[in-house]
Design a protein around this ligand. Structure first.
Ligand code: PRP
Ligand code: URA
Length: 209
């Protein structure tokens, strides 16, 4: 069974308050999503394997540790996931970036796939799927399926805000996937928006309506 981790670090919670606030404009919203993504990346990379190396400090020889060349892939769900990419790459700049495009049909709330482009060595990489919102879970579940069907073996999901319904869907359909969140909210409303949530993440990031 995958882990469900709500990252309750004070800096993440503080910045999330401003992300949620309806008064926050596009520029600040984008900067805050970037900053929270970096802070979350700190936790999501906690289990990266290390290997010991021998170095010389100015004082003497020492054994120390470096990350042991794990191949990582970051996959934003278009569009809103794009807002999280740079924040993650600040900590893991060597990661390759794939893209999957889904939009929610406004009537059915079902995800519709329109784009998939992944690194060629899918089977060797651990992937982190990015989307600020895990609402019904339809888009994230479809993204995970899109990666699995192309050979991905290790997948983590990172979202800012989730509804219980979305978390349940992922844990039932993809029980091996770890889910990293900044907040687990109360519910979904009749239009499929997370309550209290932060509104439409893509529109707030890109200034569209
Ligand atoms: C939003 C959001 C997620 C999805 C979550 O995308 O960014 O991808 O909805 O909802 P779900 O869990 O019910 O699938 P949207 O369809 O609005 O597309 P956009 O990112 O292009 O705005
Ligand atoms: N997608 C969003 O952007 N916001 C929500 O609250 C739900 C889905």
């Amino acid at each position: 069974m995958g882990k469900i981790l709500v990252l309750d670090h004070p800096l993440i919670q503080h910045k999330l308050t401003f992300i949620r606030n309806v008064e926050t404009g596009t520029k600040e919203f984008r900067e805050l999503v970037d900053e929270v993504s970096t802070l979350m990346a700190f936790e999501i990379t906690r289990d990266l394997p290390l290997r010991e190396v021998q170095i010389n400090t100015p004082v003497r020889e020492a054994k120390s540790f470096v990350i042991s060349g794990k191949k990582l892939g970051v996959v934003p769900i278009l569009r809103a996931g794009l807002g999280m990419v740079e924040g993650i790459l600040k900590l893991i700049p060597a990661a390759k970036v794939g893209h999957v495009g889904f939009y929610r049909d406004p009537e059915t709330l079902k995800p519709v796939e329109y784009y998939v482009k992944l690194p060629s060595d899918v089977e060797e990489r651990e992937f982190i799927i990015l989307d600020p919102m895990l609402a019904t879970g339809g888009s994230a579940s479809a993204a995970i399926k899109a990666l699995k069907s192309r050979g991905a073996k290790q997948i983590k999901l990172m979202c800012l805000v989730a509804a219980p319904e979305g978390v349940s869907k992922i844990t039932v359909e993809h029980p091996e996937v770890d889910i990293y969140l900044a907040a687990l909210d109360e519910s979904l409303n009749e239009k499929g928006y997370i309550v209290p949530g932060l509104g439409d993440a893509g529109d707030r990031l890109f200034g569209t309506k």
